[in-house]
Design a protein around this ligand. Structure first.
Ligand code: IPM
Ligand code: MG
Length: 373
C-alpha cells in the first residue's frame, strides 16, 4: 500500500488515559516511519480534564477537531473528582454527546483471548476453547438516549429513563452485524429481552425481517439473561453477537473477562461510511492506577491497530503492531494487572519499549533500571 496521509484526533482524557495513549501514539509513529505513512496527531482536551479547563467535557474545539479528522483515538475518561456533578455535566455526558455528534451508531468489541494469556482467563481451557466473539452493540439509541427525568423528594422522589428504538435504528446496526458475520463464521446471535420489553419486540421483528436478506447466515435470538449465562458456560458457541446499547454495555464487560482482563479489549465506534470512526479501549480511566506507570496499554494499542485495519485499510500494519505485542507477551512480560506468578512484571512504559524494539534489548534496559525481571 503506498504511503497514506491521515489526521488522527487524539483524546487522552483522564486517569491512566494519557499514559496508555502515549504508547499507542509511539507505536503508530513507528508504524508510519516503517511503512512510509504520514500520521498527523492532533490532541484535544476531553472528559474531566476538559471540564477542569473549560467547564465542558466536550469543548467545541474538540468536537470540531474530531469531525475534521480521519479517525479519533480516545483513551478513557472519568474519575471520582467529577462523580458529584449532575449527570448532564459529567465526563460521561461528553462521551455520549461525542458519539451522538459523530453519528456513531455501531460499536464493535472483539473478544479474542490471546494464546499467551489463556492462563489468566477465569474459564478452564476446555470451556474457553476457541472463543472468538465480536459484539456489535448499538450505540446511538436505547435507554441511554431517551429522556432522563427525576422529581419529588424524600419518600416521594421518583426517576424515569425512557428506552426507545425505531425500526430504522435497529435495521442499520443489524445490517452491519450480518455483514460482519458473513465475513466470519456466518453465525449471528441477536440478544434482547423480547419477553418483557417493547423495544426488544421491535428489535427481534426487525432483525428477523432483515435476516431474510442474508440466507447464508445462521440467525438465532437469545434473551439477555440467558446470553449472559451462555457467555460463561460455552463462549465458543458465539460468532457475532448483536445487541442494544444497554445490554451491549453490560455483556461486553462480561465477555472481556474471558480474555483475562478488560484492559485487553479494544473497540471501534462508527457511523456512516466516510465519516470518522472512534477507537477506544473498553475499560475506564482506572483512577487508582493513574500516574503510576503500571496500567496495561494493550486495549489502547489494539484500538490503534483496529483503527489501522478498519478505517485506513492497513491490515499488514495492524498485524505488525499486534505481532509486536504478542512477541513481548510470549517472552513472559506482563503489566501488573495481567500478571501471573511466573510473569516478569514491567511498567506500562517498559512494555511499550519492548514492543517498539527488541525484547532482549528492552530486558537489558529493565535490568539497568532494576525493574521487574
Ligand atoms: C463504555 C462505557 C460508557 C458506556 C460510559 C463511560 C458512558 O461504559 O463505553 O462501555 O456506558 O457506553
Ligand atoms: Mg461500559
Amino acid at each position: 500500500m503506498p504511503g497514506l496521509k491521515k489526521t488522527i484526533a487524539v483524546l487522552p482524557g483522564d486517569g491512566i488515559g494519557p499514559e496508555i495513549m502515549r504508547a499507542a501514539i509511539a507505536l503508530l509513529s513507528d508504524c508510519a516511519a516503517t511503512f512510509g505513512h504520514q500520521f498527523e496527531f492532533r490532541e484535544f482536551p476531553f472528559g474531566g480534564t476538559a471540564i477542569d479547563r473549560t467547564g465542558n467535557p466536550l469543548p467545541n474545539e474538540t468536537l470540531a477537531g474530531c469531525k475534521s479528522a480521519d479517525a479519533v483515538l480516545l483513551a478513557a475518561i472519568g474519575g471520582p473528582q467529577w462523580d458529584k456533578l449532575p449527570l448532564e455535566k459529567r465526563p460521561e455526558a461528553g462521551l455520549l454527546r461525542l458519539r451522538k455528534e459523530l453519528g456513531l451508531y455501531i460499536n464493535l468489541r472483539p473478544v479474542r483471548p490471546r494464546p499467551s494469556l489463556r492462563n489468566i482467563s477465569p474459564l478452564k481451557p476446555e470451556r474457553l476453547s476457541q472463543t472468538d466473539i465480536e459484539i456489535v452493540r448499538e450505540l446511538a439509541g436505547d435507554i441511554y438516549f431517551g429522556k432522563h427525568e427525576k422529581g419529588g423528594e424524600g419518600a416521594n422522589a421518583w426517576a424515569r429513563d425512557v428506552a426507545e428504538y425505531s425500526a430504522a435504528e435497529v435495521d442499520r446496526v443489524a445490517r452491519y452485524a450480518f455483514e460482519r458475520a458473513e465475513s466470519r463464521k456466518g453465525k449471528l446471535t441477536s440478544v434482547d429481552k423480547a419477553n418483557v420489553l417493547s423495544t426488544s419486540t421491535l428489535w427481534r421483528q426487525t432483525v428477523t425481517a432483515l435476516g431474510k436478506k442474508y440466507p447464508t447466515i445462521e440467525l438465532e435470538h437469545m434473551y439477555v439473561d440467558n446470553a449472559s449465562m451462555q457467555i460463561l458456560l460455552k463462549p465458543d458457541q458465539f460468532d457475532v453477537i448483536l445487541t442494544g446499547n444497554m445490554f451491549g454495555d453490560i455483556l461486553s464487560d462480561e465477555a472481556s473477562a474471558l480474555a483475562g482482563s478488560i484492559g485487553l479489549i479494544p473497540s471501534m465506534s462508527r457511523g456512516k461510511e466516510g465519516t470518522p470512526a472512534l477507537y477506544e479501549p473498553i475499560h475506564g480511566s482506572a483512577p487508582s492506577l493513574a500516574g503510576k506507570d503500571v496500567a496495561c496499554p494493550i486495549g489502547m494499542i489494539s484500538s490503534a491497530s483496529l483503527m489501522l485495519r478498519e478505517s485506513f485499510g492497513l491490515e499488514t500494519e495492524a498485524q505488525w503492531i499486534e505481532a509486536g505485542v504478542d512477541r513481548v507477551l510470549d517472552h513472559g512480560y506482563r503489566t501488573m494487572d495481567i500478571s501471573s506468578p511466573d510473569s516478569r512484571v514491567v511498567r506500562c512504559s517498559e512494555f511499550l519499549e519492548m514492543v517498539r524494539g527488541d525484547v532482549h534489548d528492552a530486558a537489558t534496559h529493565t535490568e539497568r533500571y532494576g525493574w521487574g525481571v
